[in-house]
Design a protein around this ligand. Structure first.
Ligand code: UDP
Length: 485
């Protein structure tokens, strides 16, 4: 870059859900580290979760800032203060929330008019940002937040509806015209054929249209992880301008950044590290189901009993916000018996810090893409327990393509969290944990493959790596576009 080159200014507008905001902030910081001026757009209650991180970045010399838009909760039919998917009192309000997002078009237009940024990176769900960007000729880049593999499965089943002709939920289907002979039971696939008239279908259609009309797509993944699907996405599904710039979580290099992603952890990071330091390498299983998934007491009890029976050390993160304090979700005397063996973190863990510790040897995950990729980046084999949406597809990437994970056996797809469901029993938990964490040829092979993938992930983001280079290409492309304006 020549010294007189104009500094690029990029807006980042994430969806208000931790699984989307966290990686988008990492992406903004990656751009800022390359000399770009970055403005993150969010709302009053969401900024609280990452304001400290941005302050640290500013102090370290990055040109990064935040613009705050009021969230029109009440006007949109949401309870006051409901500014994040995580705070919806009921899943029935999801569509209302997604519709509320479209109200940001006006303030965004005002902000674009004032600053005239060179690019807007916004979440797929923020459909109206496409119109705002187009009005001012600003290139919009779409961020989905999931794997290319899942994007390909979603598009494939929308096009071919392979589940529509299956005669039973247990029937095994191979996706048509899809790389890799990937097998799904019908029950593991979204039933799009059944919701053909829903509002969601209309929204999805609009998302797809705005995506195809966009300047391109930025993906939190690395090419070497899913090359067949990166090619399929580009050539067969027509997403010609796609940049692979992940795993973006690897941009967090020091303890404080790794420990404070999303929310403030409810355990001190150093205490966590000390606990892990006392354990043998690869001996601890980390168990966490992301920011949105919640289990009822009966399911939590099955997990607790399965972990105890498997006899491995573990760190288990349990979301507390929807559990009543008096609710008993652990077996009698569990915490005393597990003293020194199991660490329960109530609410929010410093996940990336934990995963990177050499004592951790496996990760039981709900297959949210960030968690999956963070586990892959740490070189870990996974126990896959999808809970909703494309998590069921990320599971297949791990178990059938990468072959670095074992399924816990939740085989019934769900659009959203089903808090009343008990999908995995104590015996199954014990079986898969033992299979993953104890010796055995299959587990050894999985560990070896996972370790290799972790090394490749780190290489991808280093200078000269594929993701590093793709970010350079993207920034150059934006520069050319900006100069030709
Ligand atoms: N996360 C965390 N601590 C927690 C739970 C989640 O740091 O206790 C982070 C996790 O590292 C990941 C994100 O929150 O970056 C969750 O995103 P993911 O896509 O895995 O799942 P979602 O929350 O969207 O279901």
């Amino acid at each position: 870059m020549g010294s007189e080159a104009k500094q690029l200014h990029v807006f980042f507008f994430p969806l208000m859900a931790h699984g989307h905001t966290i990686p988008m902030i990492d992406i903004a910081r990656l751009f800022a580290a390359r000399g770009t001026k970055c403005t993150i757009i969010t709302t009053p209650l969401n900024v609280i979760d990452f304001a400290d991180n941005i302050d640290r970045d500013k102090k370290s010399g990055l040109d990064i800032g935040v613009e705050i838009f009021k969230f029109p909760c009440v006007e949109a039919g949401l309870p006051e203060g409901c500014e994040n998917l995580n705070s919806l009192p009921s899943p029935d309000l999801t569509l209302t929330f997604v519709k509320a997002l479209q109200r940001f078009q006006e303030p965004l237009e005002r902000l674009i008019e004032k600053h005239r940024p060179d690019c807007l990176v916004s979440d797929l769900f923020l459909i109206s940002t496409a119109d705002a960007a187009e009005k001012f000729g600003v290139p919009r880049i779409v961020f989905h937040g999931t794997s290319t593999f899942s994007l390909c499965v979603i598009e494939n089943i929308l096009r071919y509806e392979p589940e529509a002709n299956a005669t039973s939920d247990s029937e095994v289907l191979v996706l048509p015209n899809f790389p890799g002979e990937i097998e799904f039971k019908r029950s593991q696939l979204a039933k799009h054929a059944e919701d053909s008239h829903s509002d969601f279908k209309a929204l999805r259609k609009k998302m797809s249209e705005t995506e195809l009309a966009s300047f391109g797509i930025v993906i939190n993944s690395f090419y070497e992880l899913e090359p067949a699907y990166a090619e399929y996405y580009k050539k067969d599904l027509g997403r010609l301008k796609t940049w692979y710039i992940g795993p973006v979580s690897l941009s967090n290099r020091n303890v404080i950044d790794k420990a404070n992603r999303g929310k403030k952890a409810t355990i001190d990071g150093h205490h966590c590290l000390q606990w892990l330091d006392s354990k043998e390498p690869y001996s601890v299983l980390y168990v966490s189901f992301g920011s949105l998934s919640r289990f009822n007491n009966a399911q939590l009890l099955e997990i607790a009993m399965g972990l105890e029976a498997s006899n491995v050390s573990f760190i288990w993160v349990v979301r507390m916000d929807k559990l009543k304090a008096e609710d008993q979700f652990l077996p009698e005397g569990f915490e005393e018996r597990m003293e020194g063996k199991g660490l329960i973190i109530k609410d929010w863990a410093p996940q990336v810090l934990i995963l990177d510790h050499p004592a951790v040897g496996g990760f039981m995950t709900h297959c949210g893409w960030n968690s999956t990729l963070e586990g892959i980046s740490a070189g870990l084999p996974l126990i896959t327990w999808p809970v909703f949406a494309e998590q069921f597809y990320n599971e297949k990437l791990v178990t059938q393509v990468l072959k670095t994970g074992i399924s816990a056996g939740n085989e019934v797809w769900s659009a959203w969290i089903e808090p009343d469901k008990v999908s995995v029993t104590k015996d199954k938990v014990q079986e898969v944990v033992s299979q993953l964490m104890h010796d055995g040829e299959e587990a050894e092979d999985m560990r070896r493959r996972a370790k290799e993938l972790g090394q490749r992930a780190k290489k991808a983001v280093e200078e000269g790596g594929s993701s590093y280079k793709d970010l350079t290409f993207l920034i150059e492309k934006l520069r050319v576009h900006s100069e030709s304006d």
